[in-house]
Write a protein that binds this ligand. Structure first.
Ligand SMILES: [Zn+2]
Length: 487
């Protein structure tokens, strides 16, 4: 075939040539919202070029770009310094009335965070619902006696009644620790771990609530700060269980923990790591068998969120690029996203490129000329601002996007080298895109716009992994959905 001869693709030559006999590729003139959708011509004939490379497909909503410009490194610095001023924010530190009044301990931190969310809400005409989730944690390995734990969160309800039950969430933990996990009194500044992640949640809330009046977000955004992380992910565990029990349609969780960009040797301020699980923690044995059979080990919903963040990183100038790490967390370590993974939710973790363990979980001290302790002076506030911009752009993109296409199927009745996909219409979608990549590629490589709810491509399902995403009239993309086989 001429097309195949022309293509001469590296690797699987010809396998990416489109069968335009069946695929109706359209130039979806999605100019609404002021930005152009990729123009892929009305394909009446077999195109002589390969489909658009996804990596070159930058799609930026100018309203979102404008909103993230409001992120302030100075505000973030103030937030982190305020959190540090509470002295020790260990989950087992003080939370009685007198300590709150004195501005010491986790109770004071909790009240301050709540007041901050309420202040942002006031500024946007009451657009945020500020809530707490309080429970008593029973004694355990890292908790000596029954301890009250409170998660504080703000809800920016979706503007579209039909879509407001779809939720995206950003979280950080506001508890801290020093060298001794049972010490609730001596300084535990926790500027980076995790004052930085708490600041990301707060600043996202401030900026996106402000933007919501002009840039309406059809889906709901939740800004969460949890406690109990250092004691055993207690706060996030309770919150994720609540979300599961209440049937939340939680599409993505962004956990920011240690995003301070510690100023020290070996740091790369241009990069933030994004960790995502491979095999889902919540998968049953039968589901694991199925994943194995389909070769789906690299396509958990959490990993699709990570790839979505990579897409956002290409589309917006956040000042920091996501570095996708295909692992649940740093080696043998964990964090609050795992609590959500355990309940079957897609969740990823953001962490600076290189941690400095002298400035983490350490008593503040100087020894042999080395300074220990998690102090604000080691935090790069500009870096935290960039990570906040990447988070805010991701939340805004997801909350603006149409619902994920449902019932995505790959036809497998006949043995054939073409790939046929079908899906149900997503109510708010103006069009769809089939994306695909080689089995050994980390991220989506190719994209094919489609106007209807089916596509056939002369690309072999044996060699590629496919997914379908919905696109609205303004060009916002949903998360991609990997098809299930259908006989
Ligand atoms: Zn942490």
């Amino acid at each position: 075939m001429a097309c195949r001869e022309k293509l001469r693709l590296v690797g699987i030559a010809g396998s990416r040539c489109l069968s335009t006999v069946v695929v109706t590729a359209v130039a979806v003139g999605l100019a609404a919202g002021g930005f152009a959708y990729l123009a892929y011509g009305q394909a009446q004939e077999r195109p002589s070029q390969e489909p658009p490379r996804l990596a070159a497909d930058r799609h930026t909503d100018p309203r979102i770009a404008k909103a993230i410009e409001e992120v302030s490194a100075d505000r973030i610095r103030q937030t982190i310094e305020k959190l540090v001023s509470f002295g020790n924010r260990s989950t087992i530190s003080a939370q009685d009335e007198d300590s709150i009044k004195a501005g010491k301990g986790i109770g004071a931190a909790r009240e301050w965070i709540k007041a901050e969310f309420e202040r942002y809400s006031k500024e946007c005409g009451g657009c945020l619902e500020v809530k707490t989730d309080t429970f008593t944690e029973a004694p355990g390995e890292r908790i000596a006696k029954p301890t009250e734990i409170t998660n504080v969160y703000a809800v920016l309800r979706g503007s579209d009644a039909k879509q407001a039950d779809r939720i995206v969430l950003v979280t950080g933990h506001y508890d801290s620790r020093n060298s001794d996990i049972f010490n609730g009194t001596d300084p535990a500044p926790g500027a980076n771990d995790d004052g930085s992640g708490t600041a990301v949640s707060l600043e996202c809330a401030r900026v996106l609530s402000k933007a919501a009046a002009k840039t309406r977000f059809p889906a709901t955004i939740v800004f969460l700060t949890v406690a109990g992380e250092e004691q055993g992910l207690n706060g996030s565990k309770h919150f994720a269980q609540m979300a599961k029990q209440q049937g939340w349609k939680l599409e993505a969780v962004l956990n920011n923990d240690i995003v301070g960009g510690n100023l020290g040797a070996g740091q790369d301020a241009g990069v933030v790591r994004v960790f995502s699980e491979g095999l889902p923690a919540a998968a049953t044995d039968a589901e694991i068998q199925r994943i194995r059979k389909l070769g789906g080990e690299n396509d958990s919903t959490s990993r699709e969120v990570a790839r979505y963040i990579a897409d956002v990183g290409r589309s917006y100038d956040a000042g920091v690029k996501p570095l996708l790490i295909f692992r649940l967390d740093r080696f043998l370590r964990g964090g609050d996203h795992y609590s959500f993974n355990q309940q079957g939710f897609a969740a990823v973790r953001f962490t600076e490129f290189r941690e400095d363990f002298n400035h983490q979980h350490q008593n503040v001290r100087s020894e042999n000329g080395i300074e220990y302790g998690d102090l604000p002076k080691f935090v790069d506030f500009e870096y935290v601002a960039h990570v906040t911009q990447l988070n805010a752009a991701t939340l805004a993109s997801l909350a603006s996007a149409p619902a994920l296409p449902a019932n995505v199927k790959m036809q497998t009745k006949n043995l054939e080298n073409d790939t046929s996909l079908t899906w149900d219409a997503s109510p708010e979608a103006a069009a769809y895109e089939v994306v695909w990549r080689s089995t050994n590629a980390a991220d989506w490589e190719y994209v094919q716009p489609v106007s209807g709810t089916r596509a056939t491509l002369s690309v072999s399902k044996d060699n590629e992994i496919f997914a379908v995403r919905a696109v609205d009239a303004a060009g916002h993309r949903s998360l991609p959905v990997v098809p299930e086989p259908q006989r």
